[in-house]
Design a protein. Structure first.
Length: 145
């Protein structure tokens, strides 16, 4: 076989089951390989167990409360087995838990105004964050328009 000035082989060459040359690619034994290869049938979606999921249904995102506030948190759970333990959090602080439907807890006596980040957890699965706002107690010097 001739070589060019850069000492590279010229013409077709065989490399790992592929014959490369003159712009053509031929895969040796491709059809025979796939004819003998058998893959197991895919399990129907209805037969697959549902992945666990959780979301806060109450309070809604952006809910506003007046201090002192009692906020009831409720979660909807989609889990293939029972019983499950749902934990409720404000940031990293655990507020409460529930082990039977309806998955609910009440955060009582929230006196400080501000915005609060609420989540529910089902094991390691965390619900989307819900933000709530607590306004300060109204006083006589408030002017309402």
């Amino acid at each position: 076989m001739e070589t060019n000035v850069n000492r590279r082989p010229m013409g077709p060459r065989f490399t790992g089951g592929l014959i490369l040359g003159f712009g053509l690619v031929i895969v040796a034994g491709f059809a025979a390989f796939h004819a003998e290869r058998r893959t197991p049938p895919d399990v129907a979606a209805a037969e697959r167990p549902a992945a666990p999921a959780i979301r806060l249904t109450s309070p809604g995102n952006g809910a506003q409360f007046q201090a002192p506030a009692d906020i009831t948190l409720e979660a909807a759970v989609e889990h293939p087995s029972s019983p499950v333990l749902v934990e409720f959090f404000h940031g990293p602080i655990k507020i409460g838990e529930a082990s039977a439907p309806p998955y609910r807890c009440t955060w009582k006596g929230l006196r400080y105004p501000g915005h609060y980040q609420l989540t529910a957890k089902l094991g390691e699965i965390e619900s989307p964050t819900v933000w709530v706002w607590v306004d300060r107690e109204p006083t006589d010097d408030w002017v309402r328009r």
